[in-house]
Design a protein around this ligand. Sequence first.
Ligand code: SF4
Ligand code: SF4
Length: 319
Amino acid sequence: MQSLEDIKAKIKDALPGLDCVIGWERGWSPLHGTPLFMRSPEDVDRLTWGPFNVGNPATYLTGFKGKKVGVVVKGCDSRSVVQLLQEKLVKREDVVVFGMPCEGVVDLTKVARKVGDIALVNAAVRAGGTLSVTTPEGMVEIPWEEVAADKCLSCQYPNALVSDHFAGEPLPPAMGRDPAAEQLAALEAMAPAELFAHWAKVMERCIRCYACRNACPMCVCRDHCIAQTRDPHWLTQEDSTREKLMFQMIHALHLAGRCTECGECQRSCPVDIPILALRRKLNAVVKDLFDYQAGVDPQAVPPLFTFQVEEAKINERGW
Ligand code: SF4
Ligand code: SF4
């Protein structure tokens, strides 16, 4: 792929001035891309691009505070970079962004439903609208729409929104279904008691592993996270639905208007809890109130970073 070779050449040129460049390489199977931290030209040769580069490398940026790093991004990843810049969690002069146009990434849960044990897959190739997966039983050809990540079907930002180097031809926005919006609409149609019962039920299976928090590029408190801190001790480690729901409520509120809807929280959840819907709901509220969408405009000031005595769309006196 010419654009991959072009971006590799740009990374090799930039590497002497950087601590490392974060991208992806082939993981433990043909379906898995895994993070790659490039520090030498030989590392750069392992860089991959395509539907298996699922993770969001922007998540690592705040861990390199004070160092100069590069990051290879899809359009959705670039929104996280933009939001991190807006919140001054990373400095623009400390990050070099390598962008490429993204045609979508795979949802391995969907692939597993089609082919069974994905650990047995020995080849996986996407060509246009088809993902061909080879297992010991033979090859299965799956329409791309049936195994693409939900967010990719209606992706409005397939190209990096911020980049110092860009390789490849920019792509138009995707025009497919938005399953996450459909899911959110179904939840919004529930009566409050039914909705609460729904979340209480799905939260029963949360194991409080915090993978959702750790995978999130915007969740930066880490050691000081309200979910684990002992001083002050805001939440118990009790294995109760109440505490698990409380953790998710706090998590979602901390992401209100900051979440770039990269979907990494939900993807990393080992028990398939549909937590992205909570973030999307709060983002929709922020969009409605402040006409703000996270990570699309490096010059915009996030609404929760400003204060106005009277907000245009919040009627504080008319109750
Ligand atoms: S809350 Fe989830 S979707 Fe939003 S930025 Fe974090 S990982 Fe991405
Ligand atoms: S990743 Fe899933 S199981 Fe783990 S804490 Fe988050 S919601 Fe719970």
